[in-house]
Design a protein around this ligand. Structure first.
Ligand code: FAD
Ligand code: SF4
Length: 507
């Protein structure tokens, strides 16, 4: 009896129970697929990162004595889908059982589920043994707010709790201490970048004419593609970034591209790192360095992984497939061209997009409060926002990208994830970042040719969605501030916003 076990590109979990024993009747299969490489326009670094990490994982399995079938893009015709390739292998290797790990994307889950239903050999789907909650977490954990979900998990996994089960520092959340602007003079740690040569994979991608976005130096590829490198990145984070993580979590500056963020999302989302391993390492590191690192930094970081990451996954499985169609604000404008080029006079947007094209990375506040905020205020169709975010970031996989984009940043889910839209004027960007001084636009001006587009677009957004938000208590201050402005000023602001909306590509 021969078994075929499929490992998808984001299932690089070396600790999975599948690999505990070697077995001559089991073949592990890994496939580089056209269907995955071009279902969205990916950043070139994203494709290189996935393929390089998959190849390294396959080599490690072989070295450990497992039988691996690894097919590159060159080994199958472009039109052959995942399931067609699996069918061929089942015949060629005379396979009598098919096993796979639960895919994290609805799309792949459906494709494999439907295919398995018609397969004439037994099939088994197993857990990826990666997440800290099951797919159906929404049935058992409190989902009304991330905070309650997070607290349940803190209790369940006994994270940052004392012996009585109370949170360290007698608080669950230190968010209020974590919103500082970065001082102009503060030195930021130089990010740890790897320097691998992946030019052979780049040549293959070019040979297959896969359309990508962004730039890369393929002889110095910077992202971790092995578990060991991922752990090095974690160590670097613990020593150099964790002590200030929370303080500058929301800060923005063109002086650096990742500040005190961990850049672990790619390693986590490909499952090279396990979230609980990361959380325990952070806790232990803090225990050993309490005199240098305060609890707020540690709690702030753990909340992202134990709270947000698990929470958005639970929401995704609770609401898919309908979630992918939600457009509660009926946003219908096209994404401006500068999202693909970075060519805009808005200094903040230009920096966030150019950095994304260069590094396949932007930190959370750039994604949420710069590009996301712009899309929200301008009323860009959420499908187009989703496609952009899904393509451009090294860590973008739909289960985590979509709730963050369509939900948190675009409010297209009507408030499932966020209790109010993350809409902000230039004032917020100036408060948290260093972009405004050299910008073409004037952050202090609300209307007129040189006025910061975020200002008039913000008020236009509030005005056009008055029916949805006027009664939201968290928005009442904003509406009061609008009413305090003179009628002439309101008219001038709305006119400026209309002009900008008609010429988005010129901003
Ligand atoms: P850090 O700031 O160091 O945080 C540590 C870890 O916490 C991250 O690696 C990530 O695993 C987790 N995390 C933090 N915030 C979130 C969040 N909101 N949701 C889920 N996990 C979180 N994250 C992705 O992994 N893939 C995406 O495709 C993605 N798309 C996003 C799109 C938008 C519009 C927004 C606003 C956020 C998106 N995020 C996404 C969440 C977050 O921005 C990234 O996880 C983070 O920027 C990754 O960088 P980091 O590893 O340096 O994170
Ligand atoms: Fe961005 Fe406006 Fe500041 Fe320019 S002035 S950097 S557009 S917030």
């Amino acid at each position: 009896m021969k078994r075929l076990k499929l490992i998808l590109g984001d299932q690089l979990n070396a600790k999975h129970s599948w690999y505990k024993a070697r077995d001559s009747s089991t073949y592990f299969v890994m496939l580089e697929l056209h269907q995955e490489a071009d279902y969205v326009r990916h950043h070139i670094q994203k494709l290189l990162g996935f393929f390089a990490a998959m190849r390294a994982f396959a080599n490690a399995l072989e070295t450990a004595g497992h039988q691996v079938i690894y097919l590159t893009l060159d080994d199958a015709a472009p039109e052959h889908s995942l399931t067609e390739q699996l069918e061929r292998l089942i015949n060629d290797y005379d396979i009598s059982e098919f096993h796979y790990q639960a895919p994290d994307e609805y799309r792949l889950d459906k494709q494999l589920r439907e295919w398995c239903e018609n397969l004439n050999i037994p099939t088994t789907m197993v857990d990826t043994e990666h997440f800290l909650t099951p797919r159906e977490a929404w049935q058992t954990y409190p989902m009304s707010r991330m905070e309650f979900f997070y607290r349940s998990l803190r209790k369940h996994y006994k994270v940052l709790l004392d012996e009585q089960g109370k949170p360290f520092g007698e608080r669950w959340n230190f968010d209020t201490e974590n919103r500082k602007k970065l001082p102009e003079s503060k030195t930021i740690p130089e990010p740890l970048c790897f320097s691998k040569d992946v030019s052979d994979i780049l040549a293959m991608i070019k040979r297959h004419q896969i359309v990508t976005i962004g730039y890369v130096d393929a002889t110095h590829f910077i992202w971790p593609t092995t578990r060991q490198e991922a752990r090095e990145l974690l160590n670097f984070f613990l020593c150099h970034c964790l002590p200030e993580f929370g303080h500058y979590q929301d800060a923005m500056t063109s002086r650096g591209w990742s500040l005190y963020h961990s850049r672990l999302s790619f390693a986590l989302n490909t499952k090279m790192l396990h979230p609980l391993d990361v959380i325990r390492r952070v806790e232990n590191h803090w225990t050993e360095h309490q005199e240098q690192i305060d609890l707020a930094q540690v709690e702030g970081f753990i909340r992202q992984i134990l709270g947000w990451r698990e929470f958005v996954r639970a929401l995704y499985w609770q609401h898919m497939p309908d979630y992918a169609q939600l457009n509660s604000l009926n946003a219908d404008r096209n994404l401006p061209d500068f999202f693909w080029t970075g060519n805009t006079k808005m200094a903040c947007v230009s920096h966030a997009i150019n950095q994304s094209l260069e590094q396949a990375y932007a930190h959370h506040i750039q994604r949420l409060m710069i590009t996301g905020n712009f899309g929200l205020l301008a009323g860009i169709h959420p499908d187009q926002m989703d496609q952009w975010y899904l393509g451009i970031y090294i860590d973008a996989i739909e289960w985590v990208e979509m709730p963050n984009t369509r939900g948190m940043s675009q409010y297209a889910d009507g408030g499932i994830i966020a209790s109010k839209p993350y809409a902000a004027s230039g004032n917020y960007i100036q408060k948290m970042g260093h972009y405004c001084k050299p910008c073409h636009y004037d952050v202090k001006s609300k209307f007129g040719e040189m006025s910061c587009p975020f200002n008039s677009l913000y008020w236009h957004f509030l005005k056009r969605h008055e029916d949805s938000f006027r009664k939201n208590p968290r928005m009442s201050l904003a509406y009061k501030a609008w009413e305090k402005q003179s009628e002439e000023q309101q008219t001038a602001i709305l006119k400026t916003a209309d002009d900008y909306l008609h010429h988005l590509n010129d901003l």
